[in-house]
Design a protein around this ligand. Structure first.
Ligand SMILES: [Zn+2]
Length: 506
């Protein structure tokens, strides 16, 4: 008997499946990758041959282009083009040449699809570079009102203002803009699905034995061979519980409500049994008991570990009664305790102890002759409105020959320091930063702790709350004066940092 359908199994874990991929989705993902390579490897011989043979004006303008003779590779490329088009987006370069209305450069795809009404000829030919300017966006160039969300997205979009970056096609589903098969597969298999949301991805985040995780997953799909489930699938079988012979053997009855199971729970940890424990529905009952993490019960074993061995042992015991004609035991809880302690002690022995040490950190003054720029970003929710803030302590004379840039985002510090690294999604703004930095004779970009960057952090927070696009303060704003003074006097803040990893003795 197939307990869980193929359509469910092939869904992602977040959607209630096992994340097994279908051959069709996998094939479409590979074909979209072929399109990506066709675009990226323009100088490769195979790409040049295909371009010469199929990409010429007369063929493209033909009304029956799809029925014209073509090779298997070209047909395959066309099959994968739908996923490729959905997955790609333009990243803006300097004086961007892409079409404002017809190219895909926002998360909504081509903007023409979301506005109604005719466009003038002039508007149809509008390029993004015509609307973008060095100091912001020239909205008077477009006559139609765009949704507020799109305005916000465009305002936050990085585009080159100083460097000479070109428009670049990026893979929109990844943070670095590079093609990725997993995301392509997801796009290839996404379709309108009216099934209720599953909300079971928490199962796979638990530190449990895989067989117990699979068991819980099957319970949530109501796919365990209890007598009630078998009867519902058309088997001629007496649906009453083999342990108590009183009620239909549903999953919840077997694992919780049967007198045999309820005896196990009362003996394991009576303190954890809230009144709701015996009244919740199956999904809520399982999820609630797994999300109780800190309720240390028996010998410091977390409740969710004890709970998982509880349901697993009850299920095993029930199978022994049914298939090996054993008598229901009143001591199942002892077996649960024995199994859980064995697992817990073994699991603890395997995990590394990661101690943390307390460090004292503060804003450090730059060396003589150097200036320091602290910078940070802030967003209350992601995606959402974000702000940035930078502070530089300078005299009236603004000639800077040596600058230290401190920021608490290590990934950004690494990106600016390592000229070989690139991120296609943000390449235009990174190129601008690198160019501006190269104009100063001596520059160091350093990662610092958040506590020593608190002035910039507070300014960034302020920035995310205010309406003007840009604001310049020549002296500290009143609300941040205390942080300014704290930095000025070199006050320390305490911070817990990762210490050396210690392997516990066995
Ligand atoms: Zn029963």
């Amino acid at each position: 008997m197939h307990w869980v359908g193929w359509e469910k199994v092939t869904k992602s874990k977040a959607e209630g499946g096992l994340g097994i991929q279908t051959a069709k989705g996998r094939k479409l993902a590979y074909l979209s990758k072929l399109n990506w390579r066709f675009h990226e490897e323009k100088n490769a011989l195979w790409s040049q041959v295909l371009r010469k043979q199929y990409l010429f004006q007369r063929r493209l303008l033909s009304s029956n282009e799809k029925s014209l003779p073509s090779s298997r590779t070209w047909k395959a490329l066309q099959k994968g083009r739908v996923v490729f088009n959905v997955g790609t987006r333009w990243s803006l370069g300097r004086d961007s040449d892409i079409s404002f209305w017809f190219d895909s450069w926002t998360s909504e795809g081509p903007l023409r699809n979301i506005v109604h009404g005719p466009l003038t000829r002039e508007e149809e030919e509008l390029r993004v570079g015509d609307v973008a300017s060095d100091i912001g966006w020239n909205w008077c160039k477009i006559s139609m009102e765009l949704p507020a969300k799109i305005y916000m997205e465009i305002k936050a979009m990085p585009h080159s203002r100083v460097s000479d970056e070109k428009d670049k096609l990026i893979w929109a589903a990844t943070s670095n803009g590079e093609f990725n098969l997993v995301s392509a597969y997801k796009l290839a298999t996404t379709q309108a699905d009216f099934a209720p949301p599953f909300n079971g991805s928490w199962i796979w985040k638990l530190n449990l034995l895989p067989k117990i995780q699979t068991f819980i997953w099957m319970c949530l799909h109501k796919s365990i061979a209890t007598r009630e489930c078998l009867a519902k699938r058309g088997l001629q079988i007496n649906p009453s519980c083999p342990l108590c012979c009183q009620h239909p053997e549903s999953i919840l009855h077997l694992l919780r409500d049967c007198p045999v199971a309820s005896n196990v729970w009362h003996n394991l940890n009576p303190q954890s049994l809230t009144p709701a424990f015996f009244s919740q529905d199956l999904h809520t009952w399982l999820e609630t008991n797994y999300k109780v993490v800190n309720n240390a019960s028996l010998f410091l074993v977390p409740w969710h570990t004890l709970f998982s061995f509880g349901i697993w042992t009850i299920w095993n015991h029930r199978n022994k009664v049914v298939f090996q004609s054993r008598v229901p035991s009143p001591f199942i809880h002892q077996e649960v305790i024995q199994r859980v302690l064995e697992y817990f002690l073994y699991d603890q022995g395997n995990s590394l102890y990661k101690p943390r040490v307390l460090k004292m950190v503060r804003w450090e003054r730059p060396y003589r002759g150097w200036y320091k720029l602290n910078t940070d970003g802030s967003a209350a929710v992601n995606p959402g409105v974000a702000g940035g803030g930078s502070v530089i302590r300078v005299d009236a004379d603004l000639r800077i020959n040596a600058l230290e840039v401190d920021l608490d985002a290590k990934v950004i510090a690494d990106l600016l320091n390592n000229l070989g690294s690139s991120n296609a999604s943000n390449s235009s703004i990174v190129a601008d930063c690198r160019l501006l930095v190269s104009r100063i004779p001596q520059v160091k970009v350093k990662h610092c702790y958040r506590e020593s960057n608190s002035y910039a952090d507070a300014l960034a927070w302020l920035g995310s709350k205010m309406s003007p696009d840009f604001l310049f303060y020549s002296s500290p704003p009143p609300s941040l004066f205390s942080i300014y003074v704290s930095d000025l006097y070199g006050l320390y803040h305490s911070r817990l940092c990762p210490g050396p990893v210690v392997i516990p003795p066995f």
